[in-house]
Design a binder for this molecule. Sequence first.
Ligand code: NI
Length: 179
Amino acid sequence: MTIRTILKMGDPRLLRVARPVSAFDTPELHQLLADLLDTMQAANGAGLAAPQIGEDSAMVVFGSDAPNPRYPDAPIVPRTVLINPVITPIGDEEQLDWEGCLSVPGLRGMVPRWQSVHYSGYGVRGERIERTVSGFHARVVQHECDHLLGRLYPMRMRDFGQFGFTEVLFPDMGAGAEE
Ligand code: NI
């Protein structure tokens, strides 16, 4: 079990476009996956992208099989490993909702995302993944895949009046308990 250090906003490695994975089912890729899952779990993250642990690979993990303590009211998103993802919006409807990020600790902001998307990519053994999703699942996958484009959620925000410290915005969640 390896819990890696999560890079924080300001680190230039979070701003790179991630390199596509070219070899599947390798020991290195399985190790990276294990590190991502261990690190995400230890941080109670809803998702984690390889660039957040300093790895220049187009790979994200998200979801869990139980409710997330950082997002206790959010619907369950199945645990997913997604490599070389492609996201296509369905329609032009957006939704606004609060997001946080393990690379932007202690803060939340209101972020517009596509309401519904189709996403495709590969699992760790190179198996094809195709899904059409909406709502929170769509938000999570858009947030994580943005990390592969070097984009953090504040870069997607339009109203900085809706950006602040989690403990101030959501005092009932308990300061420090969520990140
Ligand atoms: Ni993030």
